[in-house]
Write a protein that binds this ligand. Structure first.
Ligand SMILES: [Zn+2]
Length: 130
């Protein structure tokens, strides 16, 4: 499968820990209640720094995708497809992941996230919601 490998940072580390437990979480601002994704330290709406995690279904719609034809990552077969998904839970939230459709995705089609263990990391792939 494809070779997108995450680099957890200060803001996303706990998100990746939750993904490892197969929990897809977004942040909800304690100040204004706006949900956000991906994880960041403060609210883009009110600049508030207090928030909590909220588990949501990993669902959305295909916003865009790329077909990778160059073998950037050793050992990864090409071509592979990386999709950009607009999350149902957070309309401004865009998630990226490998496509598992067996065909190219369609713009706007409904998809769901599926967890995949790759070595010591858990990734979220996307497939048609069927
Ligand atoms: Zn806020």
């Amino acid at each position: 499968m494809a070779g997108h490998r995450p680099e957890p940072d200060r803001d996303s580390r706990e998100w990746w820990e939750r993904i490892a437990r197969h929990e897809f979480a977004v942040q909800r601002c304690a100040g204004c209640g706006v949900d956000r994704f991906p994880a960041r330290a403060f609210c883009p709406a009110c600049r508030g720094e207090e928030w909590r995690w909220r588990a949501v279904e990993p669902e959305g719609r295909v916003e865009s995708w790329i077909v990778a034809r160059q073998p950037f990552v050793p050992g990864v077969a090409v071509p592979y497809v990386v999709v950009m998904v607009r999350l149902s839970a957070v309309p401004d939230g865009l998630a990226y992941g490998n496509w598992r459709g067996g065909r190219e995705p369609r713009a706007g089609e409904r998809v769901r996230g599926v967890y995949r263990e790759e070595g010591d990391v858990t990734l979220v792939d996307w497939e048609p919601a069927g």
